[in-house]
Every structure is written in structure tokens, then in C-alpha cells.
Design a protein around this ligand. Structure first.
Ligand SMILES: [Zn+2]
Length: 502
């Protein structure tokens, strides 16, 4: 039996979106648990679809010391205040819990703060300082982590999700538990390797339901031969840091094994550079196609509003696709989820069945995005408190604030008060909408929607309406990225902040 400190501190930072992510945002209960401390970590995380839940499943025979767990989702830079307060609690609680035999952290891996471009690297540096050189540190990361040399050097096992949509978070935690067991038995592994393919991969090209990402992730390993782990992470392009982009990581009991495995996987990725791609069209073309297909289809046509995905830092109140649906006279269309707390409040004040004149969404930019002002019919109201039940984020008791279903012509809009990616069907049902029975489902999501909605869809169309996630990383004004990296597969090279080849 070992004494293992456990915790989680997650953020996926889009450096190009305005509002920063503050302490209150981490602390709030949203589409995930609030910031929880000590024993509350077990209460909130056990049985959920987070990696921590998978780790907890298999570690019952050890003495676990829960520190804290929080996820700020995706959004703008993490404030100094939030980072320092949460890090201080995490490290302070760890120091009080010493001595421990090992540490497990459920991290994301794409955190950028006001002070640190590698947020997790800084957290791990402090954790390592607290536990000293002998104690193994095992981490699990999101598939969208931007892994740095510091993260690899400071840890002893690094396990990543192998799927996007992320349907294997729990398994990832179980793998982390397996790696933990191995390093507890054999000690800190000496071999470490990090390889960075020389190009960024847009999120739209990272889906593991299709090649080449499907085959690449299938090559991942946990505790096999001399390897502790061989992990592939696709990276999160909207994070502006030197080491942004995909990574291959190996931890092993010999350096030779780590190098060999990492080199092999890197070669396979580089050989497939031309294959990372997804077809995308304008909102107008996408809506026209959806209406045409929906005429004879028996299942909904899904339109993905990929660039306003809150999971990538989008504000979720962009109106480009909504306006295209209205302009084209779409019928039987439902859009979700548009974040507008004021609209939800006004709808609740008016009551079900009432008509309210309001300017919906479109208040957060980017430039050119405006609200859709109209007389909306309030078709249904909801508390925003319900349990998710799908394959991607199921099992969460969420609180996304007041919700309302607003209708204009043949288009219904599912409105939330807090940002919510369209990666579960429960929020639609909460508003009386059965997704499978709609003609058109317009979803603010980049890839996660595929886990839950592709199986019920007649066809999936990805559109490029304005939003803060840019599907083509070439368009981001990077400042810190390393020179020479290609901004997309086979794309132009980054030549420094002043020569962004836009
Ligand atoms: Zn992710």
C-alpha cells in the first residue's frame, strides 16, 4: 500500500480570446464540478467521466490523499490571481500531506497564464520542488495538450486521451493507475523522450474517428516491455507558446527504449502530414445543403458551427450560423447552445408561450458579429440543472444557469446562461427537444458533437462562421511560437511575430 497525493488543475487556454479566466470561473459549478478540496474531490469526481474517476476506480488499495480538483474548461488566459491561488492551495496541501510515496495529477496540458506560457510546467515544477527528486509524479493529459520539455522532465508517466471526441477519459485514468503501479514497483524511470512534429494540426484535422489520427493513437502504449508510456497528443493551436503543437512522449526504464519508441511514432506522423484535413464550407452553403438534404432525410442533418465552440475558447454567442438559418428560411432547425444570460432571464420573466422582443447573442465579437434582434416566442423554459448522459461527458450534474428555447420562424435556439458545448443530448431534452426527431441540428462544437450526434445524423456539415476559434491556425497572430514550425500541415512556416505569413 502506498500513500498517493491526487489532484487536478485543468485549463485549455485560447490566447486570442479577450475575456480572461479568473478564480471565480474555476470556482463556479458549470458543465463540470466547481473547485473542490480534500474529501470533496472524491464526492464530486467518483463515477464521472473525468480521468480522475478512472484513476480512483483502480487505486482503492492505496491510501489516497485528495488535494484539490478544478477545471476552468476552455477560455482566455488564466489570471495571475487564479493561477497563484489554486497552485498555492495545491502545493500547500501537498506539503502538509508529506511524506507521500507518489503524486497523481489530472491535468489538461494547454494552460497559459498571465505569467507562464506553460502553466502545467510551472505547476509541476512547484510540485516537484515540494516532493523532492525521489517521488514519482504521474499525470494524465487531454489529447489537446501542448507538451513541453519541462512537463516531460518533471514527470514519470504521462498518459493522454486517445480519442477525439474524448470518450476515453475514464480509461485514461485507469491507464494512469496502471502506470502508477508500475513506477511504484520499479521506481522513477530514467528514460524520457519528447518529439515534436514540425507542423501544427488544426483541431478539425485531429478527429480520431478517421485517419490518420485513428491509426496514430492506436499506437499508444502503457506499461509494455521497457516502456511506461508511449503517448501521442495532437496539441491545441490557439495556445500561444513556444512548444505549441502535437507531441510524442515516451517514458521508459531505459533511454534507448524511450528514444526508439518515440522516433518510430514520430516518423509515422510525419509520413502522413498531408492527410490531416477536414472539409469546411461557408454557413450559407452549409445551410443550403442541409435544407436540401433534410427534405427527404429521415434523420437530422447536423451542421457544426466549429469556430464558436466554447470547448476551444469560443464565446458561444456568435450569430453567423443562426442568421444563415433564418435567412434561408430553414424549417425544423434547432441550434444549441447559444450563451446569453440576459436573453434567458428575459424569457423566464416573460414566461412560456409569451413573445419577447430581444437582441439575441452577438455581443462578444469577433468583429462583424451582431445580435439577432426579433420578437422571439418562448417555447420552453429550463432551470439549467440536469444530468448529462452521453458518451462524451455523461454522468455530470451540471448547472449552466437559466435556459430557454426561443423560436423564430422554423428555427429554435436553445439558450444557456453559461457556456456549454453541444456534446450531450441531455440539455436539448431538458428543453423538450428530442434531437433525433429534428430536421436540422446546428451545434456549437468542433469534434465532440460527433461522439453523440453523428450516430443519429443523416449527414454532417462543418461550416466556418465567425468565432474565436480559428479553424486555420495560419490566421492566429502568434508571438511565442518557435520559428520554422508549419502553421498547418503542409502550410507556411512561422517566421516570427513580425513576419506572420498571414
Ligand atoms: Zn480536448
Amino acid at each position: 500500500m502506498a500513500r498517493i497525493a491526487i489532484g487536478g488543475f485543468q485549463h485549455e487556454t485560447n490566447c486570442f480570446v479577450e475575456p480572461k479566466t479568473d478564480f471565480a470561473y474555476f470556482a463556479a459549478h458549470r458543465d463540470r464540478p466547481p473547485l473542490v478540496y480534500g474529501a470533496d474531490v472524491m464526492t464530486w469526481l467518483t463515477g464521472t467521466t473525468f480521468a480522475m474517476a478512472g484513476f480512483l476506480k483502480d487505486m482503492g488499495r492505496h491510501e489516497l490523499v485528495p488535494l484539490l480538483w478544478t477545471s476552468g474548461g476552455a477560455g482566455g488566459l488564466v489570471t495571475r490571481d487564479a493561477f497563484e491561488r489554486i497552485s498555492a492551495s495545491l502545493v500547500g496541501r501537498l506539503s502538509e500531506a508529506m511524506p507521500v510515496d507518489a503524486v497523481y495529477l489530472d491535468l489538461h496540458g494547454a494552460m497559459v497564464t498571465e505569467d507562464f506560457e506553460d502553466g502545467e510546467g510551472e505547476v509541476l515544477r512547484r510540485i516537484r520542488a515540494a516532493v523532492g527528486p525521489a517521488v514519482p509524479i504521474v499525470i494524465s493529459l487531454d489529447y489537446h495538450a501542448n507538451v513541453t520539455p519541462e512537463i516531460v522532465a518533471l514527470t514519470d508517466a504521462l498518459i493522454a486521451y486517445r480519442t477525439y471526441p474524448h470518450v476515453d477519459r475514464v480509461e485514461t485514468g485507469e491507464y494512469a493507475a496502471r502506470a502508477m503501479q508500475a513506477v511504484l514497483e520499479r521506481g522513477r524511470p530514467l528514460g524520457r523522450a519528447l518529439r515534436k512534429p514540425p507542423f501544427l494540426i488544426p483541431l478539425n484535422g485531429q478527429c480520431t474517428l478517421v485517419e490518420p489520427s485513428k491509426g496514430i493513437t492506436a499506437g499508444s502504449k502503457v506499461v509494455e516491455g521497457d516502456l511506461v508510456n508511449l503517448s501521442y497528443l495532437a496539441g491545441f493551436p490557439p495556445s500561444d507558446l513556444h512548444w505549441c503543437g502535437p507531441s510524442v512522449i515516451a517514458h521508459a526504464w531505459t533511454q534507448e527504449a524511450a528514444d526508439r519508441a518515440a522516433d518510430q511514432m514520430l516518423a509515422a506522423i510525419e509520413a502522413q502530414e498531408a492527410r490531416f484535413a477536414e472539409k469546411m464550407v461557408s454557413p450559407e452553403d452549409g445551410v443550403a445543403r442541409a435544407i436540401a438534404v433534410a427534405r427527404t432525410a429521415t434523420r437530422p442533418v447536423v451542421i457544426a458551427d466549429t469556430q464558436d465552440n466554447p470547448g476551444c475558447g469560443g464565446t458561444s454567442d456568435s450569430t453567423g450560423l443562426l442568421k444563415a438559418l433564418i435567412a434561408a428560411g430553414a424549417q425544423g432547425a434547432v441550434l444549441g447552445f447559444l450563451c446569453d444570460a440576459d436573453a434567458a432571464k428575459a424569457a423566464h420573466a416573460a414566461g412560456e408561450g409569451a413573445e419577447v422582443r430581444l437582441a439575441l447573442g452577438g455581443r462578444s465579437g469577433p468583429e462583424g458579429v451582431t445580435p439577432l434582434e426579433a420578437a422571439w416566442r418562448v417555447a420552453k423554459l429550463g432551470s439549467g440543472k440536469f444530468r448529462t448522459d452521453g458518451v462524451v461527458v455523461g454522468g455530470r450534474d451540471v448547472d449552466v444557469g437559466l435556459m430557454a428555447l426561443l423560436v423564430l420562424g422554423g428555427v429554435s435556439v436553445a439558450v444557456t446562461s453559461k457556456r456549454l458545448q453541444a456534446y450531450d443530448q441531455a440539455p436539448f431534452r431538458h428543453l423538450g427537444i428530442e434531437p433525433a426527431r429534428q430536421k436540422i441540428l446546428a451545434l456549437k462544437s468542433t469534434c465532440h458533437y460527433r461522439g453523440e450526434f453523428e450516430p443519429i445524423a443523416e449527414e454532417v456539415i462543418v461550416v466556418l462562421a465567425p468565432g474565436y476559434y480559428l479553424a486555420d491556425p495560419v490566421a492566429y497572430p502568434f508571438r511565442r511560437l518557435r520559428q520554422g514550425v508549419r502553421l498547418r500541415p503542409q502550410g507556411p512556416e512561422f517566421k516570427g511575430a513580425t513576419a506572420n505569413p498571414r
